[in-house]
Design a protein around this ligand. Structure first.
Ligand SMILES: [Zn+2]
Length: 591
């Protein structure tokens, strides 16, 4: 008989502890100390409390916990002395059935890893979907993690232990994140479509209006119909638009969505999660024959990443009437204009102005997205509420000094342009950190035609500054520009600087943000608010209607725009539940 939340909360403590035996390898103290905090609102709440117990346990207890685990495909496996749970998990991953080469490689990694960190390599081999990683994925993760910083790897080992416990707990409670699994599977199926040149290498790249891109639009539109949307269309810029009607014909709509294009060699979840999560919600509404007092419009935006053409946010821009006709003449790397690409795709260019939405017809815009950063992962939180999409400003600059002989020019007579930019980079790092939530980056730094034996006479650089409010960004930019001037003055250099981009911050609408906050709390999870460092489609909609976003934690330090991008179907399930909660809340208590 599977356990229930009710039993977890009310059965005698020793009974519950016994039922949860084996959750954490040879470490019953974690469950025992956590159960003292009964009652728990949900399984997610209990899982979070277990994580907090391990955090509070301190480093020694954490190391003991890690060391209580067997090596992957190690001596314990060979000697058949693994716990029942571990035998099952390692067996499913095929580790009990390695070729001699694979076995040798794993033994070498085990030895290297142990020598570096002093504890065994722990990986949740059932993976983010719960169905299991294959041997190649396991060996790849092993080979990558052996190079981590020791502090980071300790945390990563603990995160994997918590993931193992999460899956074991689901087994004990007989629960499966079925909605999250479906969202996961849609993303997996969509990822088979990739542009030529990348598809062959197993990489995911879907840029505007390529064959793969149009195939994605078809797939999404078919799935939307399967989910029970009342209207589904691919609009004049290639957005896939699904509408689930409200209970009354003139009801306003809630707008949501995200993008289905990707960067080159990107991840499967960036953007797409924000299409499939609300799709899962519509499917549940349709399945139960339920209508909301408002309509629900889910848009898969065709273009957000600006990869094939320099037309970032083209898809969401079209909905606010911000489609720039001059984009049509832009050519891609093969000389194909956007106009030609649109005509080839059968899109009706003349209809683009009609895509503009009337904000009066909408309650607002909400978007869910993977965080694309390390914060939630580090805090062991599945969901985070976005307070604002950071405002940003970018510059391209050059410092000009004097190129001179690296051997004969004494240190106090140099006009070194690169040193000035290096000094600026270090200032930037400190100044942004002082704000707590500002970020500043010099992502490009070049010494044009520099030589190993020449003091840099010129140094070109980029500046990317972001903050949650425009005022904070402007104060940051003001200080950075003043410091640049001061550095150049002191070093006897001159400089040029050109502003190349400026985007206003998009603070979340308080009324919608509060709905996300309530939705997160309803899952039994602590509320965590954070700014979005990355730009999103919500930024465009922000120009015409209230908006608010919800973030989902990413694995692997929240890495994104990278094939390692990932999140678990468990976290996706929580995201679907939170979204459903937001819909219910808007139904019961309109804005
Ligand atoms: Zn995105």
């Amino acid at each position: 008989m599977p356990l229930t939340i009710d039993q977890l909360n009310t059965a005698p403590l020793p009974d519950v502890a016994a039922a949860l035996d084996g959750l954490y390898e040879h470490s019953p103290w974690i469950v025992e100390r956590t159960l003292v905090q009964r009652p728990f609102l949900s399984l997610a709440h209990f899982k979070h409390a277990l994580v907090q117990t391990v955090k509070a346990g301190g480093r020694v207890a954490q190391l003991d916990l890690i060391r209580a685990h067997p090596e992957l495909a190690g001596k314990a496996m060979v000697a058949k002395t693994l716990t029942a749970e571990s035998t099952n998990e390692q067996g499913k991953a095929g580790l009990t059935d390695c070729t001699p080469e694979e076995f040798a490689r794993i033994q070498q990694l085990n030895a290297d890893y142990n020598a570096r960190f002093g504890f065994p390599f722990i990986l949740a081999v059932r993976g983010p979907r719960g169905t299991g990683l294959n041997k190649a994925q396991i060996i790849e993760a092993f080979g990558r993690r052996v190079h981590h910083h020791p502090d980071f790897e300790l945390a990563e080992a603990l995160r994997n232990i918590h993931r193992i416990a999460e899956i074991r707990l689901n087994d004990k409670f007989g629960v499966e994140p079925t909605l999250g699994n479906d969202v996961w599977d849609w993303q997996e199926k969509l990822s088979v479509h990739s542009d030529p040149g990348f598809a062959e290498k197993g990489q995911l790249t879907v840029t505007y209006l390529t064959d793969a891109h149009r195939a994605c639009a078809q797939r999404i539109s078919h799935w939307m119909r399967d989910c029970g949307f009342d209207e589904v269309e691919i609009d004049a810029v290639g957005n896939v638009v699904g509408r689930y009607h409200g209970a009354t014909p003139n009801a306003k709509y809630l707008l949501t969505g995200s993008h289905y294009d990707t960067v080159r060699n990107g991840g499967k979840y960036d953007g797409r999660l924000g299409i499939f999560v609300p799709m899962a919600c519509v499917r549940e509404l349709h399945r139960t024959g339920r209508r909301l007092p408002f309509g629900f419009e889910v848009v898969g935006f065709a273009e957000e990443e600006g990869q094939r053409y320099k037309a970032t946010f083209l898809g969401s821009g079209a909905l606010i009437g911000d489609f720039k006709p001059e984009w049509l003449d832009q050519k891609d790397a093969d000389g194909i204009t956007m106009r030609e690409a649109m005509q080839h795709a059968g899109l009706c260019i003349d209809d683009i102005p009609k895509l503009r939405r009337d904000p009066a017809r909408y309650l607002g815009f909400v978007e869910v997205h993977i965080e694309q950063g390390p914060v939630l992962n580090e805090m062991d939180l599945p969901l985070g509420v976005v307070t604002s999409i950071n405002g940003s400003v970018r510059y391209l600059g050059e410092v000009i000094g004097m190129a001179s002989h690296a051997g004969t020019t004494p240190m106090d007579r140099r006009r070194d342009a690169a040193c000035a930019v290096a000094e600026l980079a270090l200032y930037l790092e400190q100044r942004a950190a002082k704000d707590g939530d500002s970020v500043a980056t010099i992502g490009q730094l070049q010494v044009p035609s520099g030589s190993i034996n020449v003091v840099p006479g010129r140094c070109s650089f980029s500046l990317d500054l972001r903050a949650p409010t425009d005022a904070q960004r402007d104060a940051l930019a003001g200080d950075v520009l003043a410091e640049l001037a001061a550095i150049c003055e002191r070093r006897g250099l001159r400089h040029t600087l050109e502003e190349t981009m400026r985007a206003a911050a998009a603070p979340s609408a308080p009324a919608l943000q509060q709905r996300w906050e309530a939705a997160v709390k309803a899952q039994g999870l602590p509320l965590f608010r954070m700014p979005s460092g990355a730009g999103h489609d919500a930024m465009k909609l922000h120009e015409v209607m209230p908006q608010a976003m919800l973030f989902v934690r990413g694995e692997n330090s929240g890495i994104s725009h990278n094939p390692l991008e990932s999140t678990s179907s468990e976290d996706m399930q929580l995201c679907v539940q939170a979204f459903a909660h937001l819909l219910d809340s808007l139904a019961q208590d309109p804005l």
